[in-house]
Design a protein around this ligand. Structure first.
Ligand code: UDP
Length: 323
């Protein structure tokens, strides 16, 4: 199948492009390289450097790609940053995304697969989170993704553009080629592993007074290969709707730090900081719907193997993609 992947040079996008190429699909990657890395893109894919803000060019590239499906990863995805610059989040994730939707309709693309987030749920009233729980985001990042989910609903109803929206929990881990390398790293696991690598003196814990057993936030970490696998399943005819993607197991920030110590064999000093605005205390997925309807099963469900894969990548690429 011909597939166009936006954000295909990014952390999760590049892992998905790799699997798509592996499965024999013809892939065009569209990425502005603001966060992504050219060398992360599988050499079998065609690469176009383009920002979704460039409406006419997006319309042209989507049409020329002949894509039957679009996988849309390109977005800003930092909770903290969204709290200080909401305008940037709504512009990039909603307004620019609209250019892609219009291009998909104009080019007769059949299906769009969207990277949504558990941040659309806000502070859920119960755990694990199922897809039918109310969506009440508590940060502009989650709100921007929810707005795009709603646009998808209208575009399907009015233009017949089918969609699958995956609500990722915390993407983590690495493949042999693809790992996490953000220009400014804010994510927990790479920041903790940076200390293990000797590239930082200590890691920070944002908030130790949450209503959780050890006072730190609980998240559900899911391997990028398992996320990528779900996207490939979503290309199948009949796959439609909203799906959580997580392992159904929650780990606190302190437990993640401990696991990084165990995997690396390095003691990691921590400093306790105040809460980071916009962070909900606990997010744990029920991904039963994806298992039931898509036949999806995580192949790397344990935190240890997820952290070990990230550690292997960071040790092999201490300077990231170095581009
Ligand atoms: N966190 C932390 N120190 C860091 C980075 C993150 O304590 O250096 C916490 C953060 O406050 C959140 C959890 O770790 O509770 C996961 O944060 P991350 O940014 O990795 O992902 P998010 O859940 O925001 O998508």
């Amino acid at each position: 199948m011909k597939v166009l992947v936006t954000g295909g040079a990014g952390y999760i996008g590049a892992a998905c492009v790799e699997q798509l190429c592996e499965a024999g699909h013809t892939v065009t990657v569209l990425d502005n390289l603001r966060e992504g890395h050219r060398s992360a893109v599988d050499p079998r894919a065609r690469f176009v450097r383009l920002c979704l803000s460039e409406r006419e060019a997006v319309l042209r590239v989507v049409r020329e790609s002949g894509a039957q499906a679009i996988v849309h990863f390109a977005a800003l995805a930092l909770v903290g940053e969204s709290m200080t610059d909401p305008s940037r989040y709504f512009r990039n994730n909603v307004a620019y995304g609209l250019n892609l939707l219009d291009a998909a309709v104009a080019a007769g693309v059949r299906k769009l697969i969207f990277s949504s987030t558990c941040a659309t749920y806000g502070q859920p009233e119960r755990l694990p989170i199922t897809e039918d729980l109310p969506q009440r985001p508590i940060n502009p990042y989650g709100e921007s993704k929810l707005m795009f989910e709603r646009l998808l609903g209208w575009y399907e109803r009015l233009h017949g553009l089918e969609f699958v929206a995956f609500r990722y929990f915390n993407a983590a881990g690495a493949t042999e080629r693809c790992g996490e390398d953000h220009r400014v790293e804010t994510h927990l696991i790479p920041n903790v592993l940076k200390v293990a690598l000797g590239r930082a003196a200590q890691c920070e814990i944002y908030g130790t007074d949450y209503p959780t057993p050890d006072g730190t936030c609980i998240r559900d970490y899911i391997h990028i290969s398992d996320l990528a696998d779900a996207h490939i399943r979503a290309l199948a005819p009949g796959a439609r709707g909203f799906f959580n993607l997580g392992n159904g197991a929650g780990y606190s920030v302190r437990e993640v730090v401990r696991m990084c110590e165990e995997v690396s064999g390095v003691r990691i000093p921590v400093v306790e900081r105040p809460r980071r605005p916009g962070d909900p205390p606990r997010l744990v997925a029920s991904a039963e719907k994806a298992m039931r309807e898509l036949g999806w099963r995580p192949r790397f469900p344990g935190l240890r193997e997820i952290v070990a894969s990230a550690w292997a990548w960071h040790r092999a690429h201490p300077d990231g993609y170095a581009d």
